[in-house]
Design a binder for this molecule. Structure first.
Ligand SMILES: C[S@@+](CC[C@H](N)C(=O)[O-])C[C@H]1O[C@@H](n2cnc3c(N)ncnc32)[C@H](O)[C@@H]1O
Length: 289
């Protein structure tokens, strides 16, 4: 007898059905918690890219327990898609790369920083690895940007990451804000997938860093605000004009005329514009400047 498509579903899919989780992803967060004790002392949490809501379920069950009313527990879940309500979870339908969504999340946490931000965001996979990795990285950076506004010093940020060729750049960016950055792969995450999770502990932004929504990654808008940033929010590197002032000006047009003959011998030091040969494409003859 052939196997039905239901039989072929993996063990975590079946366990999720049995235990009432909305998605098998719930086990990824539970297994990350087993290793990192993510929920210890957490009262306020943000779940970015939350639909259909299994991570929010985990947060709700772990932070609220069996209590019907847990006034001091606050969970905010955000996704492009609407999701069915969950006890104790405030939902925002929006795009985490948009400033307006970020601002809405921040409003919910006014005066009360979050202890934990999690993000399981994934783009619709195109199959073009470079594009998928780029969009995934953009989601992670958008999540990081929101995190810098709402997370308390010492707090934890957990996010899905694609271990592509440029992943070390992301690690470096995360290390600017967190003293501990670990790449973790839960057993429930398929080995065939480049998916993993960064667990970023002890939020400690650079001294003087002011969270700022003019991050150019948001809305793909390199607006002037970005050039107004100061202190550790803006890194300025030295700009150096190089070359002899008498060298050819690359913005000028020079006539194809024989003016002077000097040969540049390989290995010798070129001496300004006088050592330049130009081949006239029309006459195919060599002119020497
Ligand atoms: C893998 S699912 C998340 C599963 C979820 N953690 C759970 O356990 O049920 C990825 C989610 O990311 C959301 N997403 C992708 N891009 C987004 C964006 N720019 N803003 C908000 N959500 C986004 C998708 O709508 C999708 O629901």
């Amino acid at each position: 007898m052939g196997r039905s498509s239901k039989d072929k579903r993996d063990i975590y899919y079946r366990l999720a059905k049995e235990e009432g989780w909305r998605a098998r992803s719930a086990f990824k967060l539970l297994q990350l918690d087993e290793e990192f004790s993510l929920f210890k002392g957490v009262r306020r949490a943000v779940d970015l890219c939350a639909a259909p809501g299994s991570w929010s379920q985990v947060l709700s069950r772990k932070l609220r327990g069996k209590r019907e009313e847990s006034e001091d527990v606050k969970i905010v879940a955000v996704d492009l898609q609407a999701m069915a309500p969950l006890p104790g979870v405030t939902q925002i339908q929006g795009d985490i790369t948009k400033i307006t969504t970020a601002q809405e999340i921040i409003r919910h946490f006014e005066g009360q920083p979050a202890d934990l931000v999690v993000c399981d965001g994934a783009p619709d996979v195109t199959g073009l690895h470079d594009v998928d990795e780029y969009i995934q990285a953009q989601l992670l950076l958008a999540a990081l940007n929101i995190t810098t506004h709402v997370l308390k010093p010492g707090g934890t940020f957990v996010a899905k990451i694609f271990r592509g060729k440029d992943v070390t750049l992301l690690y470096s960016q995360l290390k600017v804000f967190f003293s501990g950055v670990t790449c973790a792969k839960p057993r429930s995450s398929r080995n065939s997938s480049i998916e993993a999770f960064v667990v970023c502990e002890n939020y400690s932004p650079p001294e003087g860093y002011v969270p700022n929504m003019s991050n150019p990654l948001l809305d793909h808008c390199y607006d002037v605000d970005f050039n107004q940033l100061e202190g550790p929010n803006r890194i300025i590197v030295p700009f150096l004009a190089c070359g002899d002032l008498s060298a050819f000006d690359s913005d000028r047009t020079y006539p194809l005329q024989v003016t002077m003959v000097t040969t540049h011998i390989q290995g010798s030091t070129p001496v300004g514009p006088k050592t330049f040969k130009i081949k006239d494409p029309v006459n195919e003859s060599v002119h020497v400047l």
